[in-house]
Design a protein around this ligand. Sequence first.
Ligand code: ADP
Ligand code: ADP
Length: 227
Amino acid sequence: MDILKIENLSKIYGKGETAVKALDNVSFSIRKGEFVAIIGPSGSGKSTLLHMLGGVDRPTSGNVFVDNTDIYQLNETQLAIFRRRQIGLIYQFYNLIPVLTVEENITLPLLLDEHKVDKQQFAEVVKILNLQNRLNHLPNQLSGGQQQRVSIGRALISHPAIMLADEPTGNLDSKNSSEIIDLLKMFNKTYNQTLIVITHDERIALQADRVITIEDGRIANDEVIRP
Ligand code: ADP
Ligand code: ADP
């Protein structure tokens, strides 16, 4: 089953002489549970594509269907709800809220959605991420690997069907990188959570089921490694 389908997606930033075409008429589908790596040169449109897939920023034209919902037909409020429930987002520099503790950062999406925190489920996630002893710490009291695990916790807490990661290991050493990728792969395999990762690291791309190469805002290559 296709969980994601994009059709003729284009994104132009700015207007007139300074306009930049970041995505140029891109179309493809992703199956539920697929692990897709997105690679390509800097400035080729990878982050823009990820943001379009995650309902973060509206395309200039084209459609994004998630589970057959045309997400950019939703109004801003509906789109925000869609993002919190369906999409987990992870960034290179973690984007944690500095004044909130680890526990508060992880549970924030549930609170914004007026969902009670399921204590057992929270404990389970914290244990998998090995953050039991850091719940009352602030982000700046943590190592990079720990901060990235917090951001994974925040992304996972509402059980999103789709996990999007933009260079999640770009700021980590190789040991921490492997740990983060292993965690993402574990959720991908165990819960059939669709995983889409932008990476410059070939070792990560080679672990994916499929590798999509973006060049100049277009798909230059789309290769299935593990059918
Ligand atoms: P990548 O993730 O592959 O490095 P991006 O998607 O970040 O590429 O950027 C694609 C192109 O769009 C680049 O030329 C970049 O400068 C431009 N771009 C990205 N975001 C913006 C923005 N908010 N405003 C203007 N131009 C942008
Ligand atoms: P369904 O299997 O019908 O999609 P679920 O509620 O079982 O509904 O799961 C919804 C999504 O949440 C799944 O796609 C899966 O990726 C993810 N998921 C389910 N359980 C967990 C969990 N404990 N931790 C993280 N993600 C989960």
